[in-house]
Design a protein around this ligand. Structure first.
Ligand code: GP9
Ligand code: MN
Length: 440
């Protein structure tokens, strides 16, 4: 096992992407707020249905001159869904090929994760806000092992009756009722808000939303726009609060979608709405008749936005990337070097960033070509039979994807960070955290 660890260290050292000085440290010592947009896909950004903008507030952030926005950012989750997304963002390693790392291994996994790195390097306080019970996805145990100091779960909120829908507290209430805790966190803080209302089966009464849904013949697809619109309003309200409380100017805010909301089997129904906004969907393939696995893969884009109040060089960036790349990107913006940590992604803002995006099932997408269900496509979505130079390039990409996932699995399945001691990093002691303490 120590030998495996050596192999992994060697691999990670060969796959470093050095930070771009233009971005390194631009958000040093700022509070970090992660807004986890449940089941939120990128196609919603700038989309219109039934004559209404679905997510006007997120659209405005997407185009804001203080936001670094990514238009080719993909989720990379497996069966662990939300928990896989969280795992990638907190640790820079993948979820498992089967099941959820949080539930399968989370009880005694050794992590070298964001809250601990930020605490030890720059004195950050850390907290998670989420309106479901603390046991869901084994979060209460995992968060301790990750070094989160506070976990404000459903235990801290009034989730009775109308306050909840689906898995828990409605998003507007999550943000509103978190304020009293957020305000008193010692700064700088690293705080994550995991939203919930935009979750399958996307049910929300008319008292919470007057959004006019389309009529695709698939109720979940129709209602998805309504809960996404509600989430957009919830985030807008949260930003108003941040501005009122003066936290806004001292914060960097990351917004990202954890995974798809509409499953592949419902995508042809979803595609019916594209005709309402054809310009917006031209790159996705509007033709519902010829819907292919390639079209499905295109829809695995999720938002990734880094909003930095006061920063003026925001833009919409074209590089391909995914959730595995978030942690090194964030740490570099905060002025923290990542070379000594075991992280499998690369800084999206680095000139050396690798644009091959691995899906958890070993499929991949890249700016030039993709592999989906063992079929290859060019960038326009045409099936190709690789030969010559392209064949070699595809084989290289495949190898990169397989090795990256394999190394991550080797690390996580063997709990190998037990044997790895980055210089200056102190092992996390989960026993010092008690998430019920503030309740007494
Ligand atoms: C539950 C929530 C949903 O607390 O985070 O998780 P998901 O079903 O999306 O994996
Ligand atoms: Mn989720």
């Amino acid at each position: 096992t120590r030998k495996s660890m050596h192999k992994i260290v060697h691999y990670v050292q060969l796959h470093q992407a050095r930070p771009d000085p233009q971005y390194f440290g631009v958000a040093k010592k700022k509070n970090v707020i992660i807004v986890h947009l449940e089941s939120f896909q990128q196609f919603l950004i700038d989309d219109k249905v039934e004559g209404q903008e679905v997510t006007p507030f997120l659209n405005s952030l997407y185009h804001d001159s203080s936001t670094l926005s990514f238009e080719n950012f993909f989720h990379q989750v497996g069966q662990g869904k939300t928990s896989d997304a969280e795992n990638m963002l907190e640790t820079g390693t993948f979820g498992l090929p089967q099941g959820s790392l949080f539930t399968e291994l989370g009880n005694d996994q050794v992590f070298q994760s964001a809250p601990a790195i930020l605490k030890q390097k720059q004195g950050y306080t850390s907290a998670v806000f989420h309106g479901d019970v603390p046991s869901f996805w084994n979060r209460a145990n995992v968060y301790k092992n990750m070094g989160f100091q506070y976990f404000f779960s459903a235990d801290y909120f009034n989730t009775k009756n109308d306050n909840s829908v689906g898995y828990g507290l409605k998003d507007k209430l999550l943000f509103k009722d978190s304020v009293k805790y957020l305000q008193y966190l010692q700064q700088p803080f690293y705080a994550k808000f995991i939203t919930l209302t935009n979750h399958f089966p996307f049910e929300l009464g008319n008292q919470d939303s007057s959004f006019r849904t389309p009529d695709t013949g698939n109720q979940q697809v129709d209602n998805y726009f309504k809960t996404a619109n509600y989430l957009d309003q919830a985030v807008a309200e949260f930003f108003s609060f941040l501005k009122r409380s003066k936290l806004y100017n001292d914060s960097l805010i990351i917004l990202y979608g954890d995974h798809y909301g509409i499953s592949n089997s419902s995508n042809p129904a979803l595609a019916k709405t594209f005709a309402q906004d054809p310009e917006h969907f031209k790159s996705l393939g509007e033709d519902a008749q010829n819907w292919s696995s390639w079209n499905n893969a295109q829809l695995q884009r999720v938002p990734f936005m880094i909003h930095i109040p006061g920063y003026k060089n925001g833009k919409i960036l074209k590089q391909y990337g995914g959730e595995i790349d978030v942690l090194p990107t964030l740490l570099h913006l905060l002025g923290i070097k990542t070379a000594s940590y075991i992280q499998f992604g690369t800084d999206l803002l680095s000139k050396e960033h690798d644009q091959t995006v691995a899906f958890r099932n070993q499929d991949f997408v890249s700016p030039k070509f993709s592999e989906i269900n063992e079929v290859f496509y060019n960038k326009a979505g045409k099936q190709i039979t690789p030969h010559g130079k392209i064949k070699w390039e595809i084989a290289t990409a495949q190898k990169k994807v397989h090795t990256q996932l394999e190394m991550s699995d080797l690390l996580n399945q063997g709990n190998l960070l037990r044997f790895y001691h980055p210089k200056g990093f102190k092992k996390i002691n989960p026993r010092i955290y008690d998430y019920t303490k503030l309740l007494e």
